[in-house]
Ligand binder design. Sequence first.
Ligand code: ZN
Length: 264
Amino acid sequence: MAWFDTHCHLDFLPFSDELAKHLTEFELHDIQLCMVPAVGPQNWQTVLSLAEHPMLKVGLGYHPCFLERSALLGKPEQLLPQLDTLDQLVYKHRQTLSAWGECGLDGRFPETLAHQEFAFVQQIVAAKKHRLPLLVHSVRLHDRLAQLIKQQQFDVGGIIHGFSGSYTQASRFVDLGFKIGVGGGITWPRSEKTRKALRRLPIDALVLETDAPDMPLYQMTTEHNTPLHLAAIFQCLSELRSESHDQLKHMLWSNSLQVLNLST
Ligand SMILES: [Zn+2]
């Protein structure tokens, strides 16, 4: 039984430097698979190239916080050329891809919300067409996001990454066929609401992730977050759950494979 980091940006520093060395270290710590999402045109090609490594699964998408500045100055439709490029890249490399992402909505940037929604809806439609699960970035806008997924009758599932929210919000995503990405956020004292949700959700709804190099854990001693912290996140999660360690670890692994349509 191994670990699966369902969301980490290994094309970012410090990992992009000496990636092979980092991957060897992950393997030594029983991390067998990592899902690497893209954020925008600037890293689509780099992320695609990572799929050459057997430990890495990749997704392509357009992250709501990485929408191009020049397009944000005009109408949301100005994002269409880039979204078309993305669609063509996905079509061309469909066999290499395990997911569409990351994409979603971020409520910390209300001034770009019209653009974010436009880009997200276009991507839901495209991911449905290509039959790829979504890797979703959802910050402070869970209800709106669930509504958009539902409106498009999206039926391929995916992962709500780094979930922070209530049981009701999480359940709505689970009902829409999504898994809940459990990350380092749950280690913080302030995350009581999220921990409460994770206690109650069905075990087959959960997957683990780090969002490395971002999303630090509480009292983290390293400069950057890393997939090596999966075990610490697991420890925090297991304290909330009634399942045995083995059972929980096994389910997290098999849930990850299932949602990304992988087999080993
Ligand atoms: Zn991310």
